[in-house]
Design a protein around this ligand. Structure first.
Ligand code: F6R
Length: 260
């Protein structure tokens, strides 16, 4: 697990976009797993900039989003479909047929979830999975207590998540109570994971994710078992980490070795 501590949200966004661009330069038909939420917006802006100014090419990229609220249509302004097109896809040269986002309105959710899992496999599996983290330590919408081997399915959101996400809705009552989310087993199969966190309100979850026990209580802690994970956190989000100095030192040493 590589932990990179940066100054602030802007630097986190630039660093994350650089990692995505590097992977894309190495593999044009990269399969990206994507997250929504405030954390990822800055990184998407940086990627748009790289596309417009440096010609970063998304024409062969395939994307799979982590989750979607149940009951929201793709054109609902708070749906994750809308978020992705508004914040990224409308501004880069991705092919619409290469974009996969769970559907919030489906007749047979189980069949849809199985199809989604199958589609990830057919596209060759996820090369790089982008993740944010919830205050309750969730990745995707895998709330505390989720099975560590779970697959794409419907999850009931915790009160804390509903509360946090109510900032995007007019009223708290409008926040959907369920979401379709990739499972922890699904996320674990990505070849590489990149988790981002910014702000003091994420500090406790970040600490539990990186330095706590691996436990369904903090589903992000499962990343400790993954062979290739990069975590980019800003100073505020890193403030509770016990081994902060070591992570900084290890990054400096790695730069010298030029191993990354
Ligand atoms: C969203 C997702 C969630 C968010 C997390 C942080 O697709 O998977 O796990 O990444 O809730 O959300 P923000 O960035 O809004 O704090």
């Amino acid at each position: 697990m590589r932990v990179i501590i940066v100054k602030d949200y802007e630097e986190m966004s630039r660093k994350a976009a650089k990692i995505v661009s590097d992977r894309l330069h190495r593999k044009l038909d990269l399969v990206l797993g994507l997250s929504t939420g405030s954390t990822s917006v800055g990184m998407y802006q940086e990627l748009i900039k790289a596309h417009k100014e440096k010609g970063l090419n998304f024409s062969k990229v395939r994307t799979f989003n982590l989750d979607e609220y149940c009951g929201l249509s793709p054109d609902h302004p708070q749906s994750y479909h809308y978020f992705m097109w508004y914040n990224l896809f409308n501004h880069i040269n991705i092919k619409p047929e290469n974009v996969y986002i769970p559907r919030g309105e489906v007749e047979n959710a189980e069949a849809f979830c199985n199809w989604y899992e199958q589609k990830i496999k057919e596209e060759g599996g996820i090369d790089l999975q982008i993740l944010g983290i919830g205050r309750d330590g969730h990745i995707g919408f895998n709330e505390p207590g989720s099975s560590l081997g779970s697959r794409t399915r419907i999850k009931t959101l915790t009160e804390e998540t509903v509360e946090d996400n109510s900032r995007f809705f007019e009223r708290k009552e409008d926040v959907p109570r369920y979401a379709i989310t990739m499972g922890l087993g699904t996320i674990s199969e990505a070849r590489e994971c990149l988790l981002l966190a910014s702000g003091a309100n994420k500090a406790e979850a970040v600490k539990r994710c990186i330095e706590g026990p691996v436990s369904a209580e903090t589903t992000a802690s499962l990343l400790q078992l993954h062979p290739k994970v990069i975590i980019v956190v800003d100073e505020e989000a890193a403030k509770n980490l016990k081994r902060k100095d070591y992570y900084r030192y290890a990054e400096r040493m790695a730069e010298k070795l030029e191993v990354r």
